[in-house]
Ligand binder design. Structure first.
Ligand code: VGL
Ligand code: ZN
Length: 198
């Protein structure tokens, strides 16, 4: 465990799990190789935040069947996270509490949203509930986690990226590392409990 990692989470903090959905896990349409590892760590953070009665947010990629980011529509990705499909469901390892807030994104056919803030009411919700510090984990480091963490910084939040609970697509081998650098440069704290090591 990193001794600096807060055992008692800051008063004004929330957990934001980004796109931990079946299609991004091994066996899914757009699988992230190390996704299961991240998923188990996300589960432990979720349990930890729930035990301290901290707010929990989960974003999800929630695309219509003919979304323009899909190869068949001329986009870059195989069809993934189509509304109301098994692939769009949250990873089954998560014990999602009743009061968790779900943020759907990428919901129009001709718009994409890597960031959980893009086209959603996440910022408004966080401001109303006076959340200033976001602990971010989920998938994928080099796309939606990156975009979400950078937007959060631009919007003025303190951001901790939970390094043991993320995983990268790595279209280029070092995309994940580069995304971490960018997030660090934007003032994100890259930290974690490193559950595997305790
Ligand atoms: C994502 C590619 C396409 C992600 C979403 O959640 O990181 N990546 N759509
Ligand atoms: Zn998508």
């Amino acid at each position: 465990m990193d001794p600096a990692f807060p055992k008692n989470l800051p008063q004004d903090s929330a957990l934001l799990i980004v796109d931990l959905q079946n299609d991004f896990l091994p066996g899914g349409a757009l699988a992230v190789a190390d996704g299961n590892h991240a998923a188990f760590a996300c589960r432990r953070y979720l349990d930890m935040f729930a035990a301290q009665a901290k707010p929990i947010y989960l974003s999800r990629d929630w695309h219509p069947p003919l979304h323009y980011s899909f190869v068949k529509q001329g986009g870059a990705w195989p069809a993934h996270c189509v509304v109301d499909t098994q692939g769009a469901c949250f990873a089954s390892v998560l014990n999602i509490p009743q009061n968790a807030v779900i943020i759907s994104k990428g919901t129009s056919e001709n718009k994409d949203a890597y960031s959980a803030f893009n086209g959603t009411d996440l910022d408004a919700r966080l401001k109303t509930t006076k959340i200033h510090h976001l602990f971010v984990c989920g998938l994928a480091t080099d796309y939606c986690v990156r975009a979400t963490a950078l937007d959060a910084r631009h919007l003025g939040y303190e951001v901790t990226v939970l390094r043991d609970a993320i995983a990268a697509v790595n279209v280029n081998v070092d995309d994940g590392e580069r995304a971490l650098q960018e997030m660090r440069q934007a003032g994100c704290i890259i930290d974690g409990f490193d559950f595997e090591r305790i």
